[in-house]
Write a protein that binds this ligand. Structure first.
Ligand SMILES: [Zn+2]
Length: 486
């Protein structure tokens, strides 16, 4: 007998990981208040019908133990062996059964049970039923005889008609956590005398995507190689060991600063080697994502870039027959974008430098006016960039939102360094630029329109107009000083 069947839960207490549901069911049985219709919703097919079967046994058991079925009385045995016509299990996903489901329900459900206390229908993947079958089901659910119980189970509750759902007590079964899967695997391995390492069990839990049934299946498969250790799991399930994941991520991290053909080749060679080791690159991509998730806080910037890369790799993996190529194409894109970004930020830097020079020039032109107030001049030398000491947080917020939204690098640099929004009245926004050259640039019609549109977006108002004025840095600072003084 396969381990999966052997260790299938037989009582409520075996289903420890669904405590929130089991406790309610046991209480209902204790108080004789079970419902007529249940709907078990489970995101993946993992023992939901087994749990339904436990419920069917529990309401019929002649000798329950702490409201668990005994699995020994004649009713429990009859259900376990499907040897009674009072217990019907239907898989709606199989067509042969769907064909006669209507007759099954309409013709037979109204008759009282012959052997059991309650007649129980389990309908798995109930969302697959035809409209006619649903109607038949609904009819009987509306006025169910005392002895009748329906346990519907589905992985896609959104496809079950509302009229049916509303007549059921719905239980959402939660997915098992990694630790719960591992502890169940440990329990089975110990009972079966299978040698194992903990790391290997975690690896199995991971590959099974937290579906217990698959995890147990994998445990059994790998145990053929005797010890369930990391190496054997990797060999058997075509996944990469953790060290490889680490190496791959650090390879990308190191290289992405200094890409060239050589470093690119290293990454591609690494992937080719993985394939030669029979690692499934689809699973590998998922493993890398999990690694990113675990270590995200260590380097947020790099890891968010990397997760974007993998988002694209996943898309490619779905459409490319060649998995290796799917990786290569996206890694190449990733590098290209990264390099462009760096070039752009360099441009932004050098533009700022240029602006500094321009500013110095315009300062010289205005020299005579600078001599008027020495105090102010000293201040202006000190403050390298324009930082409004304005208390009005709204204006500053608006300014920083504008800078954030501005995707033209040259304009953004000007805004950052020379612009200040001085007031707005929900129709007019006044902006001051303290550099003549940049003022001319910003007031070009296309640029003005561009900024105006950004502000309209930010403020959600279509009738906003932007007025840009030039003011020398000294005058501007004087004005600020006056404002602060008053
Ligand atoms: Zn029993």
């Amino acid at each position: 007998m396969s381990l999966y069947l052997k260790y299938r839960p037989q009582t409520f207490d075996d289903v420890t990981w669904q405590r929130h549901i089991i406790d309610i069911l046991k209480k209902q049985i204790e108080l004789w208040q079970t419902m007529h219709n249940y709907l078990f919703f489970w995101p993946r097919w993992t023992w939901k019908t087994t749990t339904a079967r436990i419920l069917a046994k529990a309401v019929n058991c002649l000798n329950p133990k702490n409201w668990n079925p005994c699995n020994q009385c004649e009713n429990c045995v009859a259900i376990n062996k499907s040897q009674t016509i009072d217990f019907v299990e239907i898989d709606a996903a199989s067509h042969t059964q769907v064909d006669n489901i209507r007759e099954e329900i309409i013709d037979k459900a109204p008759y009282p049970p012959t052997q059991l206390r309650k007649k129980v229908y389990i309908i798995d993947e109930v969302h697959m039923l035809s409209k006619a079958a649903f109607n038949a089901l609904l009819k009987i659910m509306e006025e169910p005889p005392e002895y009748l119980m329906f346990i519907l189970a589905t992985t896609e509750i959104n496809k079950v008609p509302d009229t049916i759902v509303s007549r059921c007590q719905v239980f959402n079964f939660r997915k098992l956590t990694e630790n719960e899967i591992v502890s169940r695997l440990k329990y089975i391995a110990e009972k079966e005398n299978i040698p194992y390492t903990e790391k290997a069990l975690y690896l199995i839990a991971y590959v099974s995507e937290w579906a217990l049934r698959d995890a147990v299946k994998y445990l059994e498969q790998v145990s053929v190689l005797w010890e369930v250790n990391e190496e054997n799991v990797v060999k058997f399930l075509w996944i990469a060991p953790e060290a490889q994941i680490k190496e791959f991520v650090s390879l990308l991290k190191k290289r992405y600063q200094t890409w060239n053909k050589e470093t690119l080749k290293n990454v591609f060679d690494f992937l080719t080697k993985l394939e030669l080791w029979w690692v499934d690159l689809w699973v590998f991509a998922k493993q890398v994502l999990k690694y990113i998730d675990f270590n995200f806080l260590e380097d947020i910037q790099f890891y968010s870039k990397l997760s974007n890369l993998f988002k694209k790799i996943f898309l490619n993996l779905k459409s490319f027959p060649n998995k290796l190529l799917a990786f290569k194409v996206e890694i190449w894109e990733f590098i290209k974008n990264d390099q462009n970004e760096r070039i752009e930020s360099k441009k932004e830097d050098s533009l700022e430098k240029e602006n500094n020079i321009e500013e110095k020039k315009s300062e010289k032109l205005d020299e005579h006016s600078q001599n008027e107030n020495k105090n102010v001049e000293v201040k202006s030398e000190e403050s390298d960039s324009l930082e409004p000491k304005e208390d009005n947080i709204n204006l500053m917020n608006l300014m920083s939102q504008l800078i954030a939204k501005c995707d033209k690098i040259s304009i953004r640099a000007i805004l950052k360094k020379y612009a200040s929004i001085e007031w707005y009245d929900w129709k007019n926004i006044e902006m001051i630029i303290i550099n003549k050259v940049q003022y001319k640039l910003l007031t070009q019609e296309s640029n003005l329109k561009y900024l105006e549109n950004l502000l309209r977006d930010i403020l959600w108002k279509n009738d906003i107009s932007l007025h840009i004025q030039y003011m020398s840095k000294e005058d501007f600072l004087k004005r600020k000083l006056q404002e602060n003084g008053s």
